[in-house]
Write a protein that binds this ligand. Structure first.
Ligand code: HEM
Length: 403
């Protein structure tokens, strides 16, 4: 079947195409724009691939183009080593410690938005974009005055995975790396003088790296910091725009959450399932692999054999709408079971690469949505929305609202 992830119709709303992929072509081959990859779209195939890290390797990066393995973009045992380094400084407790800070920031941003005399604003610009950018900037110890620069770095990093002005992206990446190299050197100097390092993620990583027997290069530390930066920004922004968009699209949904704020949590989780901020990411096969025919049964009919070294996109956005797993999968519903949602949607990935930032983004989304529902119960859509650009991401670039 014809499926082009870059076609304007697919970009505008990819879900109808995903339905056709699951039914007609669960192992799709794409070749165009200098890229060649297969796409898996059924829940069971995506989940099986995420579990089988020996066959579906991360050593060639998460994007459609091949990259060199580094830090978390790798397989065990190297990935395990770096993963531990991140999780020691990025624990659920460390995130909880930030709850107060996030709550006051949400309050400030919502107040500033509601002070707008026109009674309208772009929710992306007023809340969804600044909230995670400021939170992760503070967690990484980036001074407030560098916030706009920092956002530009993060955007360039995301754009670098798709297309765009490669030279401009390289220049921006070098700027960001220079900043972090200075910061790493500053923390290392403080630590070797026996002085206290500032309480942030950069110090956490530097300290953890200093305790390890295996030397950790600057390039590896930079890769980790960049991933925290990119992971923390655009994705959480999209989660916020997506959840508010879907609730306002049907005013009765918004009203249901206003009437019962306990629904905030399920709304956030259903949004993650229905509209994942990352539609899917890539692996590369290490050996020939047969993808089976039957859904759910014992499989002895292969639909397709993937050759070794094949780039494969694992489309969790499609897995999340697989009718084999979900009732009424294309409907955004507030009456789904929270535990089942959390256990089954794949929007934070699964297994050894599962997103360590999930608790942080859930917390930000929950606090922001709760504040909106409480302080702007009359919120409504005030114009057409637009999509963010990268083909593998899904979020609103603009979300005009009124109150
Ligand atoms: C709604 C928000 C977010 C979404 C949808 C999301 C999604 C994902 C997904 C799907 C993966 C798995 C990648 C793979 O399997 O190749 C991942 C990994 C990762 N995420 Fe997130 N993420 C979010 C927020 C965050 C935040 C806030 C941070 C940190 C500040 C973060 C940091 C990371 C890191 C470091 C990894 C790599 C883990 C590894 O390879 O072991 N993410 N994320």
């Amino acid at each position: 079947m014809t499926y082009d992830p870059f076609a304007p119709d697919t970009l505008a709303d990819p879900f109808p195409a995903y339905g056709r992929l699951r039914e007609e072509c669960p192992v799709h081959r794409y070749e165009s724009r200098g890229m060649e990859f297969s796409t898996l779209s059924r829940h069971r195939d995506v989940l099986a691939a995420l579990k089988d890290v020996a066959t579906f390797s991360s050593r060639q990066g998460q994007g459609p183009f091949r990259s060199e393995p580094i830090a978390l973009f790798d397989d065990p045992p190297s990935h395990t080593f770096f993963r531990r380094l991140v999780t020691t400084s990025f624990t659920p407790r460390a995130i909880q410690r930030r709850e107060q800070m996030i709550e006051s920031l949400v309050d400030e941003l919502v107040s500033a938005m509601l002070d707008e005399p026109s009674g309208t604003a772009d929710l992306h610009d007023a809340l969804a974009m600044p909230l995670p950018t400021i939170v992760i900037a503070r967690m990484l110890g980036v001074p407030e005055e560098l916030r706009a620069t920092f956002k530009r770095w993060s955007d360039a990093q995301v754009a670098g995975m798709g297309a765009g002005d490669v030279e401009e992206q390289r220049r921006t990446r070098r700027e960001m790396q220079a900043y972090f190299i200075d910061e790493i050197a500053r923390r290392r100097a403080l630590a070797s003088d026996g002085a206290e390092m500032p309480d942030d993620l950069v110090s956490g990583l530097v300290a953890a790296a200093m305790q390890e027997e295996r030397p950790i290069s600057e390039a590896e530390l930079l890769s980790l910091l960049t991933q925290l930066l990119v992971g923390g920004n655009e994705t959480t922004t999209s989660l916020l725009t997506n959840v508010v968009w879907r609730l306002l699209e049907r005013p009765e949904r918004w009203q249901a959450v206003v009437d019962d704020p306990a629904l905030v949590e399920v709304a956030v989780e259903e949004s993650l399932r229905h509209d994942p901020p990352v539609l899917g990411l890539f692996r590369a096969t290490t050996c020939p692999v047969d993808i089976g025919g039957d859904i759910g049964g014992d499989v002895d009919v292969a639909i397709d054999r993937l050759e070794p070294d094949r780039k494969v996109m694992l489309l969790w956005a499609s897995a999340n709408r697989d009718p084999e797993v979900w009732d009424d999968p294309d409907e955004f519903r507030l009456d789904r079971d929270l535990t089942t949602l959390r256990a089954r949607h794949l929007s934070f990935g699964f297994g050894i690469h599962a997103c360590p930032g999930a608790p942080l983004s859930r917390l930000e989304a929950r606090l922001a949505l709760a504040a909106l529902v409480r302080r702007a119960p009359g919120l409504r859509l005030a114009g057409p929305t637009t999509r963010i650009e990268p083909f593998f991401l899904w979020g609103r670039r603009s979300l005009p609202v009124g109150w």
